[in-house]
Write a protein that binds this ligand. Structure first.
Ligand code: TRP
Length: 477
């Protein structure tokens, strides 16, 4: 399940060759590879924990079904109709400056996200290594949490793994992904899913399983604020790689007779299944061992090792799990780099090699402050936590948090809104209907989709954004 930048080409209406997915299923696998990653397995459980579970999960599921899925269809159709990366797609579909600006915002956002995503992917690789070397064997919850804190604070470790991950992403995008990672992913992603099912089955036997179920699915809303509603919305975009041009770019390689509606629902359903499984394998450990569900970005790293330590052969299982998670992160990271690379190729006429090397280097550099954001010392010298000018010292947001907050909760909702409004209101009605119905066995759903895209999606996104910014006098719940 990885993006393909392989050699298959087909003539576009303008006569220039553009790459195509090897098959229908190739596209679904690649897009699922983009969607399923750290967002589903690392971030979703941690923000669910921070926001108190329950209503947060319910609102997230509603955002996926009613807002994100219609936008995914719109992004893929826009890409397929224009055969361009986001900026070119808006332009060729008749969008002026404002719309090209939406495309640009997506390209910048995807680069910013990749810069700190790579740091988290580095943690998973480091944990695979720690597990293999036997260093994760402890079962004392306090010690396991302290171990993550130590990793987070270690500048050298964070920088080294961040760079290693960026090199892997660069190498794959350069090489053309089809021969390597796409073939691997066909085996590795089902394996990851099977492991998650097995770990969840084990978690069922823990004392904390009932408490975990109640936490995730019980409708208790005490912790829900206007900000958490925005976070649920923002995460539905983050996890499905929407609002940043990724699905527009992937859509530009989709065949003319592929079923975009069915593919979008399949991709979203798989991603949602994996996100919920992640919660059900992590929170039983949290509650059984008296850990804090709201522990933040370190949640899975402070919980899963305890589960592995108690299993026979736990070191091997732990190694395999964290390594598979790194592979899932790789297929998402590749899709991110592919967006900026395709953009530079389409807009500046750069070669694939030049675009990949230049942009990957820039993104790796941008990730450095995030890699250092937990560091108290850098190579031995004193180092206070980096806080961004935007939030100022004392607000407790470092670069990592700031990038993530701005990207997920501001740029992605705005980007998704842009695509929805453009496709629903600006695109020619005949071209839009033709685009939706081409190859689709769900042509009858056209009007329902258009209605959601015209009304519910824009209103939902605007109300949630304004509400979080305090326009309606404060907080929900
Ligand atoms: N969808 C990916 C996940 O769930 C995350 C993601 C979205 C991403 N956009 C990205 C990763 C851009 C890197 C760059 O893990």
């Amino acid at each position: 399940m990885a993006p393909t930048t392989g050699p298959t080409t087909a003539a576009t209406p303008s006569g220039t060759p553009r790459e195509r997915w090897s098959s229908r299923i190739g596209f679904v696998l690649a897009a699922t590879g983009s969607a399923v990653g750290l967002g589903s397995i690392w971030k979703f459980p941690y923000i669910t924990g921070v926001n108190g579970g329950g209503w947060f999960v319910a609102i997230y599921l509603a955002c996926i079904a009613l807002i994100a899925v219609p936008i995914m269809v719109a992004e893929i159709l826009l890409g397929r109709a224009t055969r361009k990366a986001p900026v070119g797609a808006f332009r060729d579909a008749g969008g002026g400056r404002l719309w090209r600006g939406v495309g640009w915002m997506g390209v910048v956002t995807v680069g910013v996200i990749l810069s700190y995503y790579s740091v988290v992917a580095g943690w998973t690789m480091h944990y695979a290594w720690l597990s293999a070397s036997g260093a994760l064997r402890q079962t004392d919850p306090q010690a396991v949490s302290a171990q993550f804190a130590a990793v987070h604070a270690d500048a050298g470790v964070n920088l080294a793994w961040h760079l290693a991950f960026m090199l892997l992403v660069t190498w794959t995008v350069l090489r053309g992904v089809r021969a390597g990672v796409e073939r691997w992913n066909r085996w590795l992603m089902p394996l990851l899913l099977a492991m998650m099912v097995a770990l969840t089955a084990r978690a069922v036997t823990l004392d904390g399983f009932g408490a975990a179920l109640e936490f995730v699915f019980g409708l208790h809303g005490a912790d829900l604020t206007a900000r958490s509603v925005l976070e649920a919305l923002g995460h539905s975009f983050f996890t499905l790689s929407l609002g940043m041009g990724a699905m527009i770019t992937y859509g530009s390689y989709v065949g003319d007779d592929d079923d975009v509606a069915v593919s979008s629902v399949t991709i979203s359903a798989l991603d949602t299944l994996i996100s919920l499984l992640a919660c059900l394998m992590i929170f039983p450990i949290t509650f059984t061992f008296g850990l804090a569900p709201g522990a933040g970005p370190g949640l899975i790293f402070a919980n899963l090792p305890i589960g592995f330590a108690q299993m026979p052969g736990g070191a091997a299982w732990g190694t395999l799990f964290f390594a598979l998670l790194a592979v899932a992160a790789l297929s998402s990271g590749i899709s991110a780099l592919e967006v900026v690379v395709a953009h530079a190729m389409d807009e500046f006429g750069w070669s694939r090699a030049r675009a990949t090397l230049t942009l990957a280097a820039a993104i790796a550099l941008l990730g450095v402050p995030s890699a250092l954001s937990g560091a108290t010392t850098v190579f031995g010298s004193g180092f206070a936590e980096w806080t961004t000018p935007l939030f100022g010292p004392g607000k407790g947001r470092n670069w990592f948090d700031t990038f993530d907050w701005l990207a997920s909760n501001l740029a992605l909702p705005l980007g998704g809104l842009g695509v929805a409004v453009f496709v629903a209101w600006r695109m020619g009605p005949a071209a839009r209907e033709r685009a939706f119905c081409a190859g689709s066995s769900w042509a009858r759903a056209y009007w329902a989709w258009l209605w959601l895209l015209r009304w519910l999606v824009p209103l939902g996104v605007i109300v949630i954004l304004l509400n979080a910014l305090g326009a309606f006098g404060g907080r929900l719940g």
